[in-house]
Design a protein around this ligand. Sequence first.
Ligand code: NAD
Length: 337
Amino acid sequence: MADIMILGSGGFGISLAVMAHHAGHSVTLWTPFEEEAGSLNRLRENPKLLKDVKLPEEIVVTTSQQAAASADLVLFAVPSFAVRSTARRFAGVIPSKTVVANVGKGLEETSLKRLSQVLAEELDNPIVALSGPSHAEEIARGVPTTIVAACAGRSSAEQVQDLLMNSTLRIYTNDDVVGVELGGALKNVIALCAGIADGLQLGDNSKAALMTRGITEIARLGVAMGAKTETFAGLSGIGDLIVTCTSMHSRNRRAGILIGQGIPAPQAVEQIGMTVEGYLCAKSAHELAQKARVDMPIIEQAYQVLYEGKSPQDGIRDLMERPKRHESEVIWLLSKS
Ligand SMILES: NC(=O)c1ccc[n+]([C@@H]2O[C@H](COP(=O)([O-])OP(=O)(O)OC[C@H]3O[C@@H](n4cnc5c(N)ncnc54)[C@H](O)[C@@H]3O)[C@@H](O)[C@H]2O)c1
């Protein structure tokens, strides 16, 4: 049995807490919000975020940072925009040997950095990225689930594997942190696009096209940034893309459906009422593609629809009317010197 501290008591934090408790660990769930902690301690659930999931009485929900000082594992489960500020709060509290794992999926908006890079800048700990097809709703129900623990140094990823793997959660290790994190962050943008296609009542052909060409361009960016191609064919790549693009559990897809039905992007995101990581990530991915000079046509159209008021119909037309290509052709925005 280990002491596990989970930072962020939203949908995913709650589901991980329930799973870790059932696996026999002692779990502390942290939130910066007194109201959230109070309500969870009183009601033992958050039906708005996670229906029919009860927090066992033994799980303490707190705004105190104290438990981090003796935790065997600290899990970050806060939205990407809050990763740096949360890490700053805990710097100096988490002992430097304790492994810190992040389950958030996104990029830092201002710096375009991956979340493990942000954590490494703020904390003096081994950092592991946890990613893969894993809806909070299903983790909490104990549905067999597979994810990846990524770290350049194998022993920290194996430590997370040893602590969290159980009969309902199978964890593979991977040393391609860049590929694992980019796959997890960028699939949310493609899921928004898949939702838009659903909102427009296009068919399965269109969704399959978005998913297949989507992972192709994510991999193209990833490889340009140092990732391995095969990572994008794995759990944190195509695996997570499939689950996010096809499920009503996905907030990104649900936001996309509203946009496809004619609701402007900012209102659609507001209507979802929870973190829609793909909305922020579309902007970061667009900038990253420009910086890396990688052609990412779906990301480009997503950016224009989400941020520049382009209609989804015009975006789809512009995607379909692009010049003829070979399926495996790699296009650079500008010729590389
Ligand atoms: N929900 C899922 O199924 C799921 C699955 C895999 C990964 N993720 C990722 O995990 C991350 C968290 O997702 P979620 O669904 O739990 O989000 P959420 O919006 O339900 O909850 C996030 C929680 O983080 C904390 N938080 C919010 N704002 C904060 C701030 N400014 N500073 C510090 N803490 C803050 C709060 O406790 C909040 O409840 C996201 O990056 C998401 O992409 C979610």
